[in-house]
Design a protein around this ligand. Structure first.
Ligand SMILES: Cc1cc2nc3c(=O)[nH]c(=O)nc-3n(C[C@H](O)[C@H](O)[C@H](O)COP(=O)(O)O)c2cc1C
Length: 370
């Protein structure tokens, strides 16, 4: 296939994968698409290890890295966040919730160290993301993608000077214009159907709006794409490629917990709900007893990013270790309804291309029959 982004990044297919899982990233790039590693939850050393692994498993194919650089987050000043400085009202709320459901507590002697290790992985300030960028730029990446904010001119120029492209996620047309002005090469227009942090404009409205606003800058369509029909619709609306996150969660290469995968396979579109309770910013996740608890009267206020993530860390660890499936809430988009059994990255891509081709034939048939 040939579009502006396949040419720009020297790839065979305009299919992009966002994933925190290195196996997914490498498998998508090896299959001719473009894997992008979500680096928001790695320490610098872990990111170095993941990228080294990808370098060894990607057969020289292009891949990228995705960072979180929010324009706005809680003003932390010089506060060093640790297990003791986390606001306690929210921590206590979750502790009582999980105690009442008999989810085992963390082992007393190890709890603090376990929580600290997770907090160390949270990279949501500009400074932390810059440190990860330093690590990423030492690897043969082809694109750096940024979410939740506009990169500075200096950041873009620094990346461009190394021959690396810059991408950015947006959920509104004004944000797309700002990204283009900052010198971003590829805009990812992410509709509200998507998993993870989302805005409120649906893909059907957002994609063509952004395409028109930033042309000739190429646009990747994101949010609600898991099949070839949806891919055909995105390209028909002027996108140069597709950017998917949720669909890879159900693959063998994905490192989601088995209980989480099973919960996704059983879910309906309406079970993928938007909540502030995961990170403090609107995020689409699988509904569970955890998301429901934050909606009850008497629930404490949700904290701003990154404090909410940190305040919920102990509970997240308890839920995972205790296999408390009723409380599991992985980020996922509304296409969760179409995921019903474990598959592989290669199968997802093969099915997508077959269905894309069928959709094109059907459209062509409409014209010639008419
Ligand atoms: C589990 C999960 C985690 C995500 N985390 C991030 C992230 O850290 N950074 C980011 O740019 N996008 C993140 N996203 C959003 C994806 O990049 C992508 O835009 C979105 O998944 C596309 O919509 P879809 O879920 O319908 O495929 C995440 C998505 C999912 C499903």
């Amino acid at each position: 296939m040939k579009t502006a982004v396949t040419e720009m990044l020297d790839i065979a297919l305009p299919i992009f994968a966002f994933s925190h899982c290195r196996d997914v990233v490498a498998a998508v790039s090896r299959a001719g698409g473009f894997g992008c590693l979500g680096a928001g939850y790695f320490t610098k050393d872990q990111l170095e290890e993941e990228l080294r692994w990808i370098d060894d498993h990607v057969d020289g194919k292009p891949y990228g890295v995705d960072l979180l650089m929010p324009n706005r987050h809680a003003d932390l000043g010089s506060v060093k966040l640790d297990v003791h400085s986390v606001p306690q009202q929210q921590v206590r709320f979750l502790r009582e919730l999980l105690d009442a459901a008999h989810v085992p507590p963390l082992p007393r002697t190890e709890a603090d160290a376990m929580i600290e290790a997770e907090i160390a992985k949270v990279n949501m300030t500009r400074e932390e993301s810059e440190a990860l960028l330093d690590v990423a730029l030492k690897h043969p990446i082809k694109m750096v993608v940024n979410a939740l904010g506009v990169p500075s001119r200096e950041q873009v120029e620094r990346v461009h000077a190394l021959g690396i492209r810059v991408g950015a996620l947006v959920g509104r047309v004004e944000h797309a214009r700002k990204q283009r002005e900052a010198g971003v090469d590829v805009i990812v227009a992410q509709g509200a159907e998507a998993g993870g942090h989302t805005g409120n404009i649906s893909s059907m409205i957002l994609w063509p709006q952004v395409v028109d606003a930033v042309s000739p800058t190429p646009v990747l369509a994101a949010g609600g794409i898991g099949s070839g029909r949806q891919m055909a619709a995105a390209l028909a609306m002027g996108a140069s490629g597709i950017w998917c996150g949720s669909i890879w969660l159900g693959t063998r290469e994905s490192d989601l917990l088995p209980e989480e995968k099973r919960a996704l396979f059983a879910a309906r579109a309406e079970d993928a709900v938007q909540t502030l309770s995961r990170t403090g910013k609107q995020c689409r996740v699988l509904r569970s007893k955890l998301t429901e608890a934050w909606e009850q009267p008497g629930a404490p206020p949700v904290l701003p990013m990154p404090l909410q993530t940190i305040a919920t860390m102990e509970a997240r660890l308890r839920i995972a270790r205790g296999h408390a499936k009723d409380f599991m809430s992985p980020p996922v988009g509304q296409i969760v309804h179409s995921m019903s059994a474990e598959t592989t990255v290669r199968q997802v891509i093969t099915d997508m291309l077959t269905e894309y081709s069928d959709a094109m034939d059907r459209l062509q048939g409409i014209i010639s029959d008419g």
